[in-house]
Every structure is written in C-alpha cells, then in structure tokens.
Ligand binder design. Sequence first.
Ligand SMILES: [Zn+2]
Length: 458
Amino acid sequence: MIKRAFVAFLVAGGMCAPMARAQNAVTPIGDVVAAALRSVRAERIEQTIRTLAGFGTRHVLSRTDSDTEGTGAARKWLLAQYEGIAAASAGRLTVALQSEMVPCTRPNMPKEVAIVNVIATLRGTTEPDRVYLVGGHYDSRNSAGEDGKAAAPGAVDDASGTAVALEACRVLVGLSFPATIVFVAYDGEEQGCIGSAAHAKALAAAGVQVDGMIGCDIVGNTLGMDGKRYDKHVRCFSYAPSGSDSFGRSMARAVTYATTTHVRDFTTKLIFRGDRFGRGGDHRSFFEQGFPAVRLSEPREDFSRQHQNLVERDGKPYGDVPDFADFAFTANVTRVVIATLAELASAPPVPRVVSAQLRRDRYDTELVYELPAGVARCEFVWRETTEADWTHVIDMATAQPKPTRSDRLLATLPGVCLDDAVVGVRSIGADGSRSRVATPPEPDRFDQRPRTGQGGGR
Ligand SMILES: [Zn+2]
C-alpha cells in the first residue's frame, strides 16, 4: 500500500520519467526526496534483520540446502524479497545472483564454497552506464572464523546494512532516475570481502562507470559500551591517498550534502580515513578498482556483540542478536542512503576540471572546466584547506563563466585566494539536484618520506 501511494504521488507530480520532467513542470528534487524519505519503514527494516538473524548463521560454510537455516536460506529469502519488488516494477528493476567459487586455500575456509551476491539493478532511463551503488553484507560469523555451524545471528554485522539496501530498493523503485542504482547483498565479507571484490572487478572489467558506492556495515547499534546512546549521526569513512581530496572524499561530501539538505534530525560525521583501525569492509573493494566509495558505520560499536558466540559471561550477554539493534537508527541511515542515491542519480554527471590558477593582478581564482554534454547549470564551491567540508557556494551569475579559445569554460571566483583554498565545481540538474564536486589537482606535493628515525610525522 505504501509503495502504491508513493508511486501515485509521483505520477501526480508528473515525475515518472525524465521525458516527463523535460516537458512538464519539474518537481524539485527536495520534494521528490522528502516523499521518498517519508516512506521508509523501520518495521520493515526490523523484519529483515530479525528474519536474517533467524537463520541461525549465515557463515559461508553453513548449510545451503535448507529454507530455514544457514546462508543458503538467507540468500534465497533475500532473492525472493528483491524479486518481489522487481515483479511490481514493470521490468525496471532486475535481479541477479553473482556466484564465485572460492578454493579451499583461503584462510578459515577448509573447502571450496560458492560466494553468492544478490544484486538488484534499477536501470537508469537516459544514462544507464552511470551507476550508483549501495551494499551491505549478509554473511556473518562468530568468535571462530571457520565455524559454519554454531549460531552467528549477525543482526548488526551486517543484517543491518543488508536491510538498508533492501529498504532503499523498496522505496526508490517507485522513482525513475537518469542514472542506474544498484542494491547489493554481499557474501563473503567476513572472509576478506570476497563477494564485493568479485563484483567491483566485474564492473571495472565491463567498463561500468561506478560514480559512487556506499558500503553500509554495522549500522544498527546505538547503545555504547559506556551506557550512552549514540543515535544522532552515522560515521562516513572515506580515504584519500594524499591531501584531503579524492574521489572517495568527494563522495563522502556528497553524502553530507544530501544529509544536510534532505534528512531531518540526523547528521553524517565525516571521518577522514578509509576505515577503522585494523578493520575493513566492502567499500574497499570499490576503492581498489578506482571507484569513489565510502563506508557508513554506527557512531560507537559494541564489541561484546560483533563476531561473538552467543554466551553469557559474568551475567553479561554476548552475541549479535536483534534485541540489541535500534531499528529507528537503521531507518535513519537508510534515509541518508536514499537521499544520497536520489540526489546523485538525478543530477547530471560531474564536470571535469581542467585547471585552476590565481590571477596575478588580484586575489581571484580562475577555474577552467568542462560541463558534460547537455548540462547548462553548475555552481562553484570552496573552503579553507583546513575545513572538512565546503563552506562557500558561488553561483554562475557571480562567477560569470566565459568560453575559452579551446571551447572550455573559465569561471572567476572573486576574492577566493586559490593558494589558501580548495575550489571545486558541481553540475546542477533542472530539478536542482547536485552532482559530486570535481576539484583541480593539488599543487606539487611535499610528498617526501621522513628520514629514518623521524617516522610517524606524516
Ligand atoms: Zn561487517
């Protein structure tokens, strides 16, 4: 019912296809996202988490021949959920399994097993080859990495992230986007991100342009080990090899932009490192293929839950069971994901920055850039080099872009001293949606390594 009402709203708004957007009055992206966010249901997220935990274990070595126990039951259930959504999508959502046989030489894996990803694709209407992706991993583990039999409910790690992707799919299937959105339940994360690595490699080999990947992993607990509640923000991890800008960080700032613009009473905290110390996740598989990727994780993890056997020690329960999950929090993380995916998949592609220079006669920055074909609007952003996120926006009327001799565009950012600032440009769609920001390369870097004995300085 919810979905039908939502689709009816969109049809009434003349928003079901980009053609309709072009011909009729364009519904602002803010209205589209607001309607989508209202249809997120914490109860459905709870049902997904409880169902997945109810299969006992989803370890890659657990049973595959049952409908009620083990990883096989989990993937059959997930496949059925996505196929159910696809059946009502008039062919716009397609679902597939991607399977990879992994030999027994891997640590913790004494036999060959199939690693199976469940992948749902909402094909873009005009630019299907530009792809945005959200994924969580449905496999789980307990204290022993190779234990495929004992309970490993994995409610927070990572039925919660799997539930985010599924709920985002349920909500976004009611909309059409120029770019493609992919929703994935990954397998084999606990054994070294095997499923996501296979997926990212396959996408790269096929020449697919993944313009943004959001890994949702451990997004369900809000009760810290200090007894305090942490439910007002989600951490967004991103990596940059040098300096503070990279594709991944540009994606992270797109997540914060979408959160601040569309999501109420909830924020994103930028963390400027790829992941937590000594830990990893599926976003890394995408980063390694050169795709912009970030990881969302709850603010304070409870380590008595993750990767634990279900035991009680000194009266304290251990194990990753659903009763300790906060479904309203996971619903808010889902809203962050939906806002980001809807914004980016609606927006035109990212512009290309050619160069930036500081004028020699006054302290203005000149930015030379190219807009993708058919894109008319953009805006410029800047920040001090020490700021984490964009602090200033300059519109086209102020920047007065002019064509250069080589048919590029030259914008002037008045009063912005390039040597002290980071500048960038992003595309704007007819509905007001914003792309990721493109930035010029940093100047020559002081990249030399510390002398022996002075390590740790960088
Ligand atoms: Zn995990």
